[in-house]
Design a protein around this ligand. Structure first.
Ligand SMILES: [Ca+2]
Length: 54
């Protein structure tokens, strides 16, 4: 994975554009390696922490 070294994938994310349609997972205003890490982390869980399922 080299995404984190490539810098921002997208910027200008805010509540007005639904945080780049949900891609800006940490809602910091841009889509970068941090968001990719969060995405992978959630994807690896059997059940993501924000899902209401038990
Ligand atoms: Ca982000």
């Amino acid at each position: 994975m080299t995404w984190s070294a490539s810098g921002r994938l997208c910027s200008g994310c805010d509540a007005g554009n639904d945080w780049c349609e949900g891609a800006d997972l940490d809602q910091m205003g841009d889509v970068d390696g941090v968001d990719l890490g969060l995405f992978v982390q959630e994807w690896l869980y059997w059940c993501p922490y924000d899902w209401p399922l038990k």
